[in-house]
Design a protein around this ligand. Sequence first.
Ligand SMILES: [Zn+2]
Length: 418
Amino acid sequence: MRAIVASPSTPRYLWTAAAGRVRKDAGWGPGGIFQLRDDVSAPSTPVGGGWVRLRPELSGVCGSDLGLAHAKISFVLSALYRSPRMIPGHEIVAVVADAGPESALSVGERVVVDPLLSCAQRGFDPRCAQCRADRPHLCERLDEPGRIGCLAPAIGFVEPLGGGWGEELVAHESQCRRVGDIPSHRAVLAEPAAIGLHAALRWQRSGDRVVVIGPGTIGLLVTAALRMLHPDLSITVVSPGAFGDAQARSVGADRTIPPGAGVVTTLADQDGGRVLRPRMTRVPLLERGVDAVFDCVGSTDTIDLATHILRPRGTLVLIGAAGRQTADWSLVWHRELHVNGAAFYAPEPDLGRHTFDQVVEWLSDPSYPVDGLVTHVYDLDDWTQALATASAGPAAQAVKVTLRPNSSVPLVGRSVAL
Ligand SMILES: [Zn+2]
């Protein structure tokens, strides 16, 4: 079958990553680690019931895929992401191509895929303590291959099951959610929308004002989730440029502010609160700050900004893929801030259901305002252009860039211009 294959273990690539030399085209330039191949083995169905074969309609390009493409990877997490070869693509809307006779799914049904591979999919019995506690996203055995032979926590980072950037993949029916006739350009957002909702739920609401940093797909879907959960919440999005501003407002932001130290003075001007200016450092402090900040970037500057604008005992939800960053932690202890990491999706005690089930319901509701987020669809042949466009982001008027691995699988709903 045809698929894009990534081989992130080449010495040249690892050296580039270890040296911290983010290279724009480490994935697709000369000697790059991604290749489009016609001779990839079809994914093997693991032993045991419940596995289905899927053909993707659309698969998203995620920030983590771009991190891989740019040699910006976490060596700490390499303890969990160990595949020497992988087929990327974990944001998937697909059609069931084959299902066993006992499967609850039927051939031709459309599904989205929760890509996580925890104890249930790996066939571990008894399951680990985290899985038993209904936290499969924090599974203690994500590094063990189990019956599926996969050396990473999720579809999209492994080879044996295939991935979204190929013509076929295999998933367990427990990972699939039916999407009926939800348009393709909405359904493909299920995985990042689930990340956005899970992150929104990592803040136990206390107060009325929040700031979301970052107008990319995750920032927009965190904003959309916060708006769905809290219709009366004041949501400010820190966003550079008119394109991101319009997108942020379309998903429920009350206002946008350009990034930088001006965020502090703008918040003080508009909502009240004093601006305190430290000696020698650039960013002022906001006295009477906001209740929560959702940092969807995870850079030194955004983490620093977040701690400077939070009120005492406010909450920083860190969703951006921060790695080794230098930030000043003074305000974390001095103001007793809470720092909550957020990743993946799970059964949500606050909702009484799984994140994926909630977002599939939202995606089927036209009032969940995410129609404008998929800005690009590329055939597999044009994958380098897809990665370049996704990397350019707002400069290319791009939010969610997607690949269409099977031209014979029809898209549902409106078409998206290239
Ligand atoms: Zn587990």
